[in-house]
Design a protein around this ligand. Structure first.
Ligand SMILES: Nc1ncnc2c1ncn2[C@@H]1O[C@H](COP(=O)(O)OP(=O)(O)OP(=O)(O)O)[C@@H](O)[C@H]1O
Ligand SMILES: [Mg+2]
Length: 318
């Protein structure tokens, strides 16, 4: 199965401030804020939903094509993704700017002050799948990126009759009701977390029954309560893979998507696809950062079988 993952490619700059932000905001002087926090820790992590999903798919033995735009800080990141088995030939370089970047400073009370710079991601408008890949893919995951680009891609997939998994994630907040309708009308499957589904339902006025009534598939992830796959009149409830320790939940959703797609590429039933997603997510939960985990396929399968029963079907990967 030829999988294209479209989505953001970004760096996260994570800082730690040992004090408390609130000690430095002076009441009565908030109209003239000029603050500088001396941070004791700075980490730069590779991220972006598109890159995260592609990375996890490559760990699972697929060779996904990552589609997106990245800036002049991307060469080393490209090498990293190439080395892990992602096809980065459809990542367009925008040398004038930096890649999308998220800067966040966390204080000793876990309060955060962050800034997001869209950078090269804002240059994805007008980038068409037909230019990005030479062969028509079997499925395209339309993950968070520039909102206009996401809608253009939705239309290109719909018009071209290409299977479209719409994954608006945090962009649900920025997409207007009309835009959400537009993307949803042009997808075969929608994947969101519970909160995002509530937002979609509220903004569009769609109920789950109406959505499913159009023959589309819905996947709703629910954090430590697992996930729900609604397909062809069925409701498949997928349990989580329990972990001993949650180091950092960032990127779990991306890993789950990769596992689900890997299951689909293997031709498995929906429960097994979801369980693969649960195990892929567990690896990310246990590590801080979204691409700092690794496993071989035999290790993954052994771990899967400590909790779930695949009836031997995962042997096909080995
Ligand atoms: N605490 C947890 N323990 C085990 N598995 C978890 C836990 N949290 C999440 N997962 C797994 O990851 C999947 C996706 O999680 P969640 O619904 O939180 O996604 P999300 O909100 O999109 O996450 P993010 O956007 O932060 O990556 C869940 O369906 C579940 O399988
Ligand atoms: Mg998410």
């Amino acid at each position: 199965m030829k999988i294209v993952v479209s989505g953001s490619i970004a760096f996260d700059y994570l800082m730690k401030f040992p004090g408390k932000f609130r000690d430095h905001f002076i009441e009565g002087a908030l109209d003239r804020v000029s603050l500088s926090f001396l941070v004791e820790d700075l980490a730069r992590e590779r991220g972006g939903s598109g890159a995260n999903i592609a990375f996890n798919l490559a760990l699972l033995g697929e060779r996904p094509i990552l589609m997106g735009t990245a800036g002049r800080d991307f060469p080393e990141y490209r090498q990293w993704l190439d080395d892990h088995g992602v096809d980065t030939s459809a990542v367009r370089d925008i040398p004038e700017v930096f890649s999308a970047s998220f800067f966040v400073n966390t204080d000793s009370e876990n309060n955060q002050i962050g800034s997001f710079y869209t950078g090269a991601m804002a240059y994805s408008k007008g980038y068409r799948l037909a230019e990005a890949v030479s062969e028509t893919p079997d499925i395209v995951l339309n993950s968070p990126s520039d909102p206009k680009f996401m809608l253009e891609l939705a239309d290109e997939l719909f018009t071209g009759g290409i299977r479209h998994m719409f994954d608006p994630s945090q962009q649900v907040i920025w997409l207007e009701a009309d835009d959400l309708h537009y993307g949803i009308a042009r997808c075969n499957m929608l994947i969101v977390n519970e909160y995002e589904w509530e937002m979609v339902a509220k903004k569009t006025g769609l109920t789950r029954e109406q959505f499913l009534g159009e023959g589309k598939m819905l996947i709703v992830t629910a954090g430590d309560a697992g996930s729900h796959i609604y397909v062809e009149g069925e409701h498949v409830q997928v349990p989580v893979f329990p972990v001993d320790r949650v180091a950092d939940p960032t990127g779990v959703g991306d890993a789950y998507r990769a596992g689900l797609l890997k299951g689909m590429a293997s031709g498995f039933d929906w429960l097994l696809c979801g369980q693969i997603g649960s195990v892929a997510a567990a690896y990310v939960l246990e590590r801080s950062g979204t691409q700092n985990h690794s496993y071989t396929l035999p290790e993954f399968v052994t771990r899967f079988r400590t909790q779930f029963d695949d009836g031997g079907r995962l042997d096909a990967w080995l």
